[in-house]
Each structure stands twice: as C-alpha cells, then as structure tokens.
Design a protein around this ligand. Structure first.
Ligand SMILES: [Zn+2]
Length: 796
C-alpha cells in the first residue's frame, strides 16, 4: 500500500485507487484462498486410500476380494430374510465353504427374542465354526449376519461381511496358525432384532470363551470399512487397530455418535455381555441400505478388499495376543493420512483444551496490545457472528421447504436414493453462500480482527463444552482451535499487512487448515451415518467460516460479492439438477407391494398399503374399499385398500389351547401356535382388553405389553414369531380373569400364492417391492371363554 494506515483505524482501500498490479495481486490472492480452502475440503471428505481388489489368484495367505466376490455372487443372488429359502441356500454355501476348509461347522438352532421390541421372536439357525489355535487364551470371534431384509439381496448388508469372514477363514487356515482359537459366527435373524447374536450368547457354550469380538456389518456400500463402534475401555483395541490394520480408518467421533444412536447390530448384545470388541463397515451410500438397491450391482469390491484386509490383519493380531483382559482407558482417535492415525488417552482431553485456550488467550492479548481489537467492535462481533449462524439456518430451512414443495408428489422417503452426494453438495454450497455473504456484510461494518477473534471465541466455547460432555469428539475442536490461534497470532504479528499480503494469507490458511480438514471429514462421516443432516452441515460450515475471517477479508478486497454469488449459483444449479432427477424411473423406482389375505371366514382379498398404481391396479380392480385394521408382521396394524381376489385353498394357522388354568384372579393359558402351511412368520394378536397381560414364547419372556399399542379399535397386544418350526411354538399368556378373550393368528409368507402369480404381469421397470415385500397372509381366530375369579386353582 502506498500510504500509512491511520493508527488503530481502518485500512480501507480507496476504491479504484490502486495501480493495476496491486489490483491483479488482490485477485490472485482471492483465487489462491478459494483454491486452497476447496482443496482442504476435498482432502477432508475423501476417505483414506484403499488397495485395489486383490485378484483371485493372489497370495494364499492374503485376503483377496476377487476370491471373496465368487462367494458374494452366490450368497447375494437373492434376498435372505430369516426362514426363507434364500436364507437356507446362503447357509448351505457358508457351511460348504467352511467344510472345505476342514473347520467342522455346526448349525446352532435356537429360539430368541429381539432385544429392542421384545415382541419379535424367532427360530434362528446360526452357522458357527472354529479354527483351533496353537496355545489358546480366549477366542477371537468374527461375526457377520447372513440374513437380509425381505426386499434386498443384501450384498453390502451383510453378504459383504459374510464373505469377509469366509475369505479370512481361508487365509488363516492356509497360513501359520494363530495362538488363539478363532471362531467364525454367521448369524441369522439380525435384521429382525439381533436374534442370532442373542441366541448365540445365551445358548452356545462357545460364547463363554470369547475374548474379543470383531463385527462386520455395512449399512453403506462404497466407502472403505470404517471402524465405527467399540466397546467401552477401548484404548488397547484402538491401538491394535492402528498398529495392525494396513489402512486404519476410524474416528472416536463415531464412537460417541454410535453409542448414542439406537444402532442395531450384532455387536450390541456382545458389548452388553461385557465382551470387548469393534464394529466395521462401509457407511457411504446409506440410502441403499434395506432397499432393493442393496444389490450386486451397487456393491464395491474395493470396499470389500479394505474390510477384508482389516479383518485378516486383526484376526492375526488378536489371534496372537493374550485376550484375558483387553480393557484399558478410553482413547481419543482419528486418522490423519492413510496409515497414520492419532491416538491418545482421555486423560489428555482437558489439558489439551486448556492448552488451546491458552494459545487463543495469547493471540487475543497480543492483538489487544497492538491495538487491532476494540472493545466496542469485539462486543458487536460476538453476537454478529452468532447471527451469521441464525441466518444460515434460516436460509437452509427456506431452501429445504421450497425444495420439498416443488417435488412433493414424489414421496421423499421413497426416492431417498437421489438425495445423495449431490444433494449434500448443493446444501453445503448454499450454506457457505449464506455465511460468506453475511460475513461480507459484517466486514463492511466491523474490523476483521474483531470478527476473527469473536468467531474463535465460539470455537473456544465449543471446545470446552465438547471436551467435558463428549470427550471422544474433542479432537474436532481442540486441535483446530489451537492451530487457528497460532495462525491468528502470526497474522496479528503481521498487523494490517496480513489483510493484503501473501504472508498473511499463508499464515492464516495454515492455521485454519486442520479445522477445515477435520470439520469436513467429520461432517462427511456424520452425513453418512446420523440423521442430523441439515443442522450438522450448517453448523460445520459456520464453524469453518469462522476460521477463515482474515482470508475472507482478503477475498472480499479482491472480489467483493463474487464469492457468495458464485457459491449460491453453483449450489442452486446442483440442487436444480438433483431435483430434475427426482422421479420414478428405473434408477429411482417406486416401491410398491401387493398382499393376498385370507381372513378367518375364508374370504380372500388383495391388499396394498401403497397407492394404487399401474402395477397394483391389475390386482385391485373390483369391490375396492379402504380397510383400516389389517395386521402385518413388522409393519403392525395398517390402513389398506382391499379388493376382490380369486380363491386359493390355503390352510389357516392353528391356535391350540394346551392348558387353561386359573389361580385366584390370574388366568394362565398355554397354547400352541403354528402355521399349517409352513409360512415364514406366524403372529398372535390379542383382540380383547385383558388386565395385567404377560407372555412368553418357548419359555422366553416377551415384552411390550405395558406400552399401549393400539390402533384405536381392536388390537391390544401382539407378537411375531419368525421361522417357526413345523410343530409350532408354545406361547404362555397370563392375565386377569374376566370376560371372553378373542385371539387371532396371522401367518405370513413371502410372495403371493404361486398359483396366482402367473396370472398377473411382473413389475415394470421403475417399480420395486418395498418394506416387507409382497406377501400372503392367512388368518384364524379363537375365542377363550369368560372365566370368573376363583378361590382356589382350577383347570379346564
Ligand atoms: Zn446389517
């Protein structure tokens, strides 16, 4: 600059007063800032490098995704819900492969009740095999579930985990034996409430000797396998992962998030039983999970190679470790670059936060001494920076509202797949535009130094709060705050020169870099996993912008409103482009299902819980009417549209009273519940008001009667039993004596009756089965007579 800036005053450039070279330099600096920040964001959101899939003919003692893909193609050929033919075929493939490896697999058949609802039960068939060790301490257990949801081939969830175990078993069996036994557990019924893992823990004697559990289960399909969950006291586990896995990909932020989310995975029952361990899986592409999109076509072999490399390395590592006590202090951990992760004890969290706070205080003190800050400016800047967040949230809510209105006809949840990476990108760009524009306006009134310090103050408040409340996520704020404070100190030492010199840009960008990278990476992980999409995105962009106030001032001097306008423009174009793809077509199909139901009178009906469309319309042609009380396993009582259907002879489910006793005012009814046509699910519904109902199936207590599950009309309580044996299951109901009680049995089989399927067209392109898929339901009822209270016991 030509002249001398007024002391402590503004160093405002005179508009148009610069020679051309200076103007060109300003533009260049502005471009430099934008390019560097964009590059840092890209570094943050790019998952760590993974090896390409190893071919089928690679080293025998290594993990080959090429070999594993052969099994995957067999297993993920069809959906495998518990009790289905697909599940039986997958079980055979797994057992045959384990047999070929001479691992003597056995199938554990047992009843189990779901952990979460307590009203879902089933007979599971787990496949279990054991590779004996040289000198075992306790066993390493690798687990993956071979069942899938009814509508998905479940390539990622969880055939990928299954073949990871199979290929790991092969590699371990062909190399030198580990010291410890390695158990391979392929669970059934995971998707219906972790039934297989619960049955294994409760009944299989091998469960007692397990020293560590490694669970492989992916909700996504395309990213490397993230270690997203650990047991408490994870210090040793994480250090083994970081030291042993070729490409450790993990973050203690995910540990904090996952343990607060109601994530259902086979890992949970093991942790509840006190077994230490970790969970791995790809998270990217979550819109695919539990839909027909989770198929061979969407599966990534690169993801499988990464998961397999990790599984094999850890099986070997824990295979040679003394597994008697793996419990250590919890640690903070995150990966920085490929193969390098930072791990430190929770004990360092508060000292590090204090250190960052001290650096911030030094920067502020020096800025104060150099008269770069003013009390008035700073006291305005603190609320002003908070307002920026409010503005961004408001803009986001408006955009979201407009977007929703524009595309309302195409139900959002059903086309969730299109709301993927590009939608998120559009959102981030718009949030950034709103925030940068707000800062641009603020920088016209307030000095950049006041704003920069105020923005960092929010980081400080956040860093202290997170260090205390969510220590595993503390790295996300502590390290960026420390670095940004150093950057600020450097800029302060340069004084107002920092606002238009290369040195100023370099020093502040260097200080902001850790924050930009870590925040981008965390936002990416949270968008993949948690449901807090909008708010998390806006908050992260706002925090990152707070690190960039000085560089923003540099950009502003070079380009005025150019940056926010460009960000908003690109953001809108991206969102419009995403919007134009929101339609039902082959890539984004409509989920639509049809049900064939025979009620207790023997009358047959077609039913749908979806709208009548081109496909369901061929079934639903005559005598259409709404029907409100149709029971479906998993979906509960639903409103449906019913229409006349041709009659097919299907045997009704049977409720047989084995014993009905009364003691005082308590009545105990033991009954056998079975499907007479080998359906995959049989449900029992209580249609009457009964007092103090408790129930059990096969001796296992069922829960859920205290929560009033009512549709407002008839059903008081129900439970579902998956994969019932042909002889049925024994259910015991206990309740207060009183009036007659109406029981209903409903059995459910996948698909419509084969006799009818041929008479109708298959789904056209652009339509796929949703939720529980198509199905056949047959009902029967039984009335238990009224029983008065008795003085003594009585049996009828
Ligand atoms: Zn799963």
């Amino acid at each position: 600059m030509g002249g001398v800036c007024a002391a402590a005053g503004s160093c405002k450039p005179r508009r148009g007063g610069y020679p051309e070279t200076v103007a060109a330099k300003k533009h260049l600096l502005a471009v430099l800032v934008v390019v560097v920040v964009a590059a840092l964001v890209v570094v943050g959101v790019t998952p760590l490098g993974v090896s390409p899939p190893a071919p089928e003919r690679s080293a025998a003692d290594g993990f080959s995704a090429g070999r594993a893909m052969q099994h995957l193609r067999e297993i993920a050929a069809a959906p495998r819900p518990i009790g289905s033919g697909g599940a039986a075929r997958a079980r055979d493939v797994i057992a045959a492969e384990l047999d070929a490896l001479h691992l003597a697999p056995h199938v554990q058949t047992a009843s189990a009740v779901s952990s979460q609802s307590g009203r879902v039960a089933g007979t599971v068939r787990n496949v279990v095999a054991r590779l004996p060790g040289r000198d075992p301490s306790r066993a390493v257990l690798l687990v993956a579930h071979y069942d899938s949801v009814p509508v998905a081939a479940g390539a990622a969830d969880d055939a990928g985990g299954v073949v990871t175990l199979l290929e790991t078993a092969r590699a371990l069996a062909s190399g030198p034996r580990p010291r410890n036994d390695v158990i391979f557990l392929f669970t059934d019924g995971e998707e219906r409430g972790l039934l297989g893992a619960r049955a294994f823990l409760r009944e299989d004697p091998w469960a007692y000797g397990v020293g560590v559990v490694l669970n492989f289960d992916s909700p996504g399909s395309s990213s490397p396998a993230l270690m997203y969950e650990t047991s408490p006291g994870n210090g040793l586990l994480v250090r083994e992962l970081v030291a042993g896995a070729p490409h450790p990909y993990t973050s203690s932020l995910m540990y904090e998030v996952s343990r607060r989310l109601p994530i259902e995975s086979d890992f949970r029952p093991f942790v509840a039983a006190g077994v230490p361990g970790m969970s791995f899986g790809a998270l990217d592409g979550p819109a695919y999970d539990h839909t027909a999109y989770d198929s061979l076509e969407s599966f990534h072999a690169g993801s499988l190679q990464h998961e397999g490399d990790t599984a094999l390395a850890l099986a070997r590592r824990f295979g040679d470790l003394d597994l008697w006590d793996l419990h250590r202090e919890d640690v903070v951990y995150f990966d920085v670059v490929d193969g390098f992760a930072v791990v430190y004890g929770r004990g360092l969290v508060l000292p590090l936060a204090a250190l960052a706070a001290a650096l911030f205080a030094v920067a502020v003190a020096v800025a104060g001494r150099r008269r770069l800050l003013s009390l008035r400016g700073f006291s305005l800047a603190v609320p002003a920076t908070a307002t920026v967040l409010g503005v961004a949230l408001l803009v986001m809510a408006l955009v979201w509202g407009m977007y929703r209105t524009a595309y309302e006809q195409r139900t959002w949840s059903e086309t969730g797949v299109v709301i993927s990476d590009f939608y998120r990108l559009g959102l981030v760009l718009l949030a950034a535009a709103a925030i940068v524009a707000s800062y641009e306006l603020l920088l016209r009134r307030l000095r950049p130094w006041d704003l920069a310090v105020a923005a960092l103050l929010w980081w400080l408040i956040g860093a202290v709060a997170v260090a205390v409340i969510v220590p595993g996520a503390s790295y996300l704020l502590t390290w960026p705050l420390a670095a940004a404070s150093l950057g600020l100190l450097g800029a302060v030492l340069l004084g107002d020169r920092a606002l238009h010199s290369v040195a100023g840009v370099v020093v502040t960008l260097a200080g902001a870099a850790p924050g930009v990278v870590l925040m981008s990476s965390a936002t990416y992980l949270l968008l993949m996993s948690a449901g807090l999409k909008q708010v998390v995105t806006v908050l992260a962009v706002w925090l990152v912008a707070g690190l960039l106030v000085i560089p923003l001032e540099v950009v502003r001097r070079g380009s005025r409103l150019w940056l926010p306008v460009a960000l908003a423009g690109v953001g809108f174009v991206v969102l419009m482009a995403v919007g134009s793809t929101v339609a039902f077509d082959t890539e984004h199909p409509r989920f639509t299902s049809i049900y064939y139901r025979v009620d207790e009178s023997g009358a047959a009906r077609w039913q749908t819980v979806d709208r009548i469309d081109d496909w369901t319309g061929q079934f639903l042609q005559e005598e259409l009417r709404p029907f409100h009380d149709a029971y479906f396993p998993q979906m509960g009582v639903r409103s449906t549209i019913v229409g006349a259907a041709p009659q097919v002879r299907l045997a009704a489910p049977v409720i047989e009273v084995l014993r009905d006793t009364t003691m005082g005012d308590r009545r105990t009814v033991r009954l056998r519940l079975r499907s007479a046509r080998d359906a995959q699910v049989v449900s029992l519904l209580v249609h009457s008001v009964v007092g103090g109902l408790t129930a059990s199936v096969e001796g296992l207590p069922l829960q859920g009667w205290d929560t009033t599950i009512l549709d407002g009309t008839t059903v008081r309580w129900w439970f579902d039993y998956y994969a019932p044996p042909p002889a049925g299951v024994v259910v015991t109901l206990r309740f207060a004596t009183g009036p007659a009680v109406l029981l209903r049995a409903v059995d459910f089989s996948y698909g419509i009756p084969p006799q009818l399927a041929g008479q109708y067209d298959g789904r056209p392109p652009g339509m796929l089965p949703g939720r529980i898929g198509d199905g056949t339901l047959v009902e029967s009822t039984l009335r238990l007579p009224a029983v008065p209270a008795t003085a003594s016991s009585a049996t009828r």
